[in-house]
Design a protein around this ligand. Structure first.
Ligand code: NAP
Length: 364
């Protein structure tokens, strides 16, 4: 158990961390700091932190400092707290980009302060403490980005907290982190924003947006995210975002040319390649432990169906690792993908569902 922990920034991520750490008794005392009084008050009331104090009081005795503010505000905070921290303090952050922060931490912090870069791969387009959730990190990947200079003891401490809140630690070098997150997070956000803005600029925008259903909504959900957070991400991971955009542009041009030339075979090939990859996306990326054993369940779309599936599994003592609704529209059937930690649970789940005449198939 950590003695004193300070969480700076009690919005979606910092607030969720406080709730998760306190619920699991990972720290004796958690100090909370936030420039947003509303978030601070909510975090205190929800017992995400034990005490709301100013920055200096929060960090001066802290064994662990967690920085959970927008990426652009992190260097300034590191400079402010550097002189107040006691020797040996471990500082970690949750910023969505890592290379710039790891570099800043190295140049700003004293040598007797130990920094560990972190990035929970969990969150949503909501922001502020109102969206905080103590289960946000359960079974989610939490990337840690040590460098050769990172203290092994500091890594152990941060790893203990991350595992304690139910997340799955993955170590990754900061530069590789930037490549991967540009591809699977920053490029998708860029595309979602561009798509919304493109449709908004069309002459039919008003009626088109009013009629928007599945495709547009699914593809653009993330565009509702915090502009401040995403501005900072695009600025601090500029090079890798631009690299990934070059691949995106090539893909756009390929399909555009095929459509312009009216080449049905070429269009079909491009669409079917993407369709195949998308359909086979596992809930968790393969190759990374732990493996998730999935079943695909087809059910009528009616109220309570997820509760029915969950209670069948719960009554049989089978734990759901992941659940994803693939599609569901009123009056149509829904397809749900459920993931388990073991193949035994996968097989038992299938048997249970089939015994109740629920269509189910294990996913290879
Ligand atoms: P958030 O909900 O907006 O919360 C950030 C909180 O920090 C706000 O209350 C903000 O106040 C406060 N703050 C800003 N600057 C501060 C400072 N200098 N000192 C003290 N408090 C300050 O943001 P979030 O979504 O939790 O994101 C926090 C970090 O997590 C970001 O670095 C982000 O990249 C990373 N992250 C986010 C997600 C996600 O899905 N949201 C996922 C993974 C990682 P104001 O409201 O007044 O600005």
């Amino acid at each position: 158990m950590i003695n004193r922990c300070a969480i700076i920034g009690l919005g979606l991520i910092g607030g969720s961390l406080g709730l998760a750490m306190n619920e699991r008794k990972l720290a004796r005392h958690i100090y909370g700091v936030d420039t947003n009084r509303e978030n601070l008050a909510m975090a205190l009331a929800a017992e995400a932190v034990h005490e709301a104090v100013d920055l200096k009081a929060a960090v001066i005795d802290a064994d662990l400092v967690i920085i959970s503010v927008p990426v652009g505000a992190i260097p300034d905070l590191l400079s402010k707290i550097n002189g107040w921290l006691k020797p040996g303090t471990v500082v970690t952050d949750v910023g969505s980009t890592k290379q710039a922060i790891v570099d800043e931490a190295k140049s700003i912090l004293r040598p007797d302060i130990h920094f560990v870069g972190g990035h929970p791969m969990a969150g949503s387009e909501a922001s502020g403490f109102a969206g905080a959730d103590s289960y946000l990190f359960e079974n989610a990947f939490y990337l840690l980005t040590p460098t050769p200079e990172t203290s092994p003891a500091a890594m152990d401490l941060v790893r203990g907290v991350v595992e304690g809140i139910g997340a799955l630690v993955m170590e990754i070098p900061p530069d590789e982190h930037e490549f991967i997150t540009a591809a699977i997070s920053h490029l998708p956000h860029f595309v979602a924003v561009a798509l919304v803005n493109a449709v908004t600029n069309m002459p039919v925008a008003d009626r088109a947006l009013a009629l928007s259903a599945g495709g547009f909504r699914d593809t653009t959900r993330i565009a509702a995210g915090s502009p401040q957070m995403w501005r900072d991400i695009f600025i601090t991971n500029r090079d890798r975002v631009l690299d990934s955009l070059a691949f995106f542009r090539a893909a756009v041009e390929e399909l555009e040319e095929a459509i312009r030339a009216g080449e049905g075979e070429r269009i079909y090939h491009t669409l079917s390649e993407a369709s195949k990859v998308r359909r086979e996306l596992p809930i968790k990326p393969r190759g990374y432990l732990p493996y998730v054993y999935e079943v695909v369940v087809t059910v009528p779309d009616r109220p309570g169906i997820i509760a029915t599936l969950a209670s069948l599994l719960g009554d049989a003592g089978i734990n759901i690792s992941e659940i994803e609704i693939l599609h569901a529209r009123e009056g149509y059937g829904g397809t749900i993908r459920v993931g388990f930690a073991t193949s035994d649970e996968q097989n038992r789940a299938c048997d249970l569902f089939r015994a109740k005449n629920i269509k189910c198939r294990p996913k290879a």
